[in-house]
Ligand binder design. Structure first.
Ligand code: SIN
Ligand code: FE2
Length: 220
């Protein structure tokens, strides 16, 4: 195992492959996605070129501040009819772009390191945050099978991830996620409430004033 101390100007801590426990069934894998982040981001840019980022509207009529798109067999969508997974991009009427193999491999590796061997994601939600963007506490519960974990990859500006319990009222932990950090939650934590605090301003060497988060799910 080699540690690359100089591959990230934003957070010089070395990648640490030892899972950092967050809760029962939830871990942070520090820096797992850092060494090949540029290649991962090139894959993400190709996805965005085929299925542009957009601000979805909640069933209650609010426009989300996070810009979103998807790749994989299914994509998460929200509109006046509700939240769901759809095999087609409502903007184009075409299937979502395929999940790039490098992204899939990272998600499978992260899940295995967290104790969820055999994870086979079929959906990847791409979230883009700019300074001030936040994501309020929610559960990921539109997937058919809660037996599979969620794998979340952070790129670009650091964020404060809020990781709560099974009830919205429980005070969430505040976890700083830097470029390349990966969080996995499943098993007893699969339906934990989570969100993202308003993004602080900054300038990331690869992404500028933005954070991109990828969440891999087994949706169908
Ligand atoms: C999500 O819950 O979909 C995204 C979480 C994050 O951006 O870290
Ligand atoms: Fe979520």
């Amino acid at each position: 195992m080699t540690f690359d101390l100089f591959d990230n100007l934003d957070d010089p801590a070395p990648a640490n492959p030892a899972p950092e426990p967050l809760a029962d069934g939830a871990v942070v894998l520090r820096g797992l996605a850092r060494t090949n982040a540029e290649a991962l981001l090139a894959d993400v840019q190709a996805v965005i070129a085929a299925a542009p980022l957009r601000h979805m509207v909640t069933p209650g009529g609010l426009t989300m501040s996070v810009a979103m798109t998807n790749c994989g067999d299914a994509g998460w969508v929200s509109d006046a009819r509700g939240y769901r997974y759809d095999r087609t991009d409502p903007l184009s009427g075409q299937p979502w772009p395929a999940m790039p193999p490098r992204l899939r491999a990272l998600a499978e590796e992260a899940a295995a390191l967290a104790g969820f061997a055999g994870f086979a994601p079929d959906a990847c939600l791409v979230n883009r945050y700019v300074p001030g963007t936040r994501l309020s506490l929610h559960q990921d519960r539109d997937e058919r099978d809660f037996g599979a974990p969620i794998v979340s990859v952070s790129l670009g500006l650091p964020a404060v991830f809020l990781f709560g319990g099974m009830r919205r009222a429980e005070r969430p932990q505040r976890v700083r996620l830097a470029h390349g950090d990966v969080v996995v939650w499943g098993g007893p934590s699969r339906l934990a409430f989570h969100g993202v605090a308003p993004l602080a301003d900054g300038d990331h060497p690869l992404l500028g004033r933005a954070r991109i988060n990828l969440t891999f799910r087994k949706a169908l």
